[in-house]
Design a protein around this ligand. Structure first.
Ligand SMILES: [Fe+2]
Ligand SMILES: [Fe+2]
Length: 340
């Protein structure tokens, strides 16, 4: 009988990942921040050891007064998503060949996985503290949502396959970059420049992470185009599940759906963004220009090249309306008007 180890060694994907260790080692200094020079959440928060801490906190809260309920709900949803980081690190460590066998392994893939997690950890921290200090939201309800989300987990349908995994993360990092950036733009429009700066800083991390995952995948396309293109098509067919899809505040079972409707209505993350991301990845991995592939891989190539256009038509038909309530903001109502 095969052991798990035998199966992993036998996987061609795993062999490719192993062969990339030197490449990852070389890239790491460009892909991760120098920790001692990196930003930290406290750079953006009131100094509670300062003599004028009360004034600093009051000023902080005053600035957050101009945020609309819609924007608060989106910010909470984004923060909850970031706070389920334990789930994402566990998932990353399950991808064949990307594992961290000891927990402190010097292997370049393990160093990437820990470095990525450490950078991401600041996102949830900062947004959580921002929302707490703003005094605008029901923190207990939000904390219950995070508790449920980590408890419920998340299955992105990547089957521990590193190709599916890196396609997923390339997509997802771009999606979070778009979402944080757009929240920042809306915050600035509302008059909250400080939140604009915070969201822009987080979006900057997401952009760097997107670049890293796209780079890993570009290398895989170079080394194993036939399987890589199949994986890309498979991931797109099963659709990109958002990491916080199982969020639950203990009251509303459709919480994620409601949150995504608000985000879509505000233009923070929309069906058009989903379409744009597909188009970008197809373009950047030069799917149309892949050569030397045949059979099912050539069919997958053809499917991918037409995909963005198909989604474009679908997203044009979407319309949103209704009224939603969220425990995160003490059940105040949000009116979802149709997008004209
Ligand atoms: Fe993040
Ligand atoms: Fe991220």
């Amino acid at each position: 009988m095969n052991t798990i180890q035998d199966i992993e060694v036998a996987s061609p994907q795993m062999e490719v990942i192993k062969s990339m260790e030197g490449f990852v080692e070389e890239q790491l200094p460009k892909l991760l921040l120098n920790v001692n020079e990196s930003w930290q959440p406290s750079d953006f928060l009131p100094d509670i050891t300062a003599d004028n801490r009360i004034e600093q906190i009051m000023e902080f809260r005053k600035r957050a007064q101009c945020l609309s309920d819609d924007l608060l709900v989106i910010l909470v949803g984004d923060m909850v998503t970031e706070e389920a980081l334990p789930t994402y690190q566990t998932w990353l460590n399950r991808l064949n060949g990307v594992t961290d066998p000891t927990g402190a392994s010097p292997n370049p893939w393990a160093r990437w996985s820990r470095g990525w997690t450490a950078e991401e950890n600041r996102h949830g921290d900062l947004l959580n503290k921002y929302l707490y200090l703003s005094g605008r939201v029901n923190m207990r309800s939000i904390e219950t949502t995070i508790h449920h989300l980590i408890n419920n987990g998340f299955d992105p349908k990547t089957e521990n396959d590193p190709y599916l995994g890196f396609i997923y993360t390339s997509f997802q990092e771009r999606a979070t970059k778009i979402s944080h950036r757009n929240v920042g733009v809306l915050a600035k429009k509302a008059g909250e420049d400080h939140l604009h700066k915070i969201c822009g800083t987080i979006a900057g991390d997401e952009a760097r992470h997107e670049k890293a995952y796209k780079l890993f995948m570009s290398k895989i396309f170079e080394l194993d185009p036939a399987r890589a293109v199949l994986a890309f098509a498979k991931m797109m067919k099963s659709k990109i599940v958002m990491p916080a899809v199982l969020m639950d505040d203990g009251k509303e079972k459709n919480l994620f759906k409601k949150f995504s409707l608000v985000a879509q209505k505000a233009g923070v993350y929309t069906a058009s963004d989903y379409t744009e991301i597909i188009g970008t990845l197809v373009h950047e991995w030069n799917i149309a220009g892949l050569t030397g592939i045949s059979g099912v891989s050539a069919k997958a190539q053809d499917y991918l090249c037409r995909l963005s256009e198909r989604y474009q038509k679908l997203s044009e038909r979407m319309n949103i309306s209704g009224v939603e309530k969220f425990s995160w903001i003490y059940d105040r109502e949000i009116v979802l008007a149709p997008i004209s």
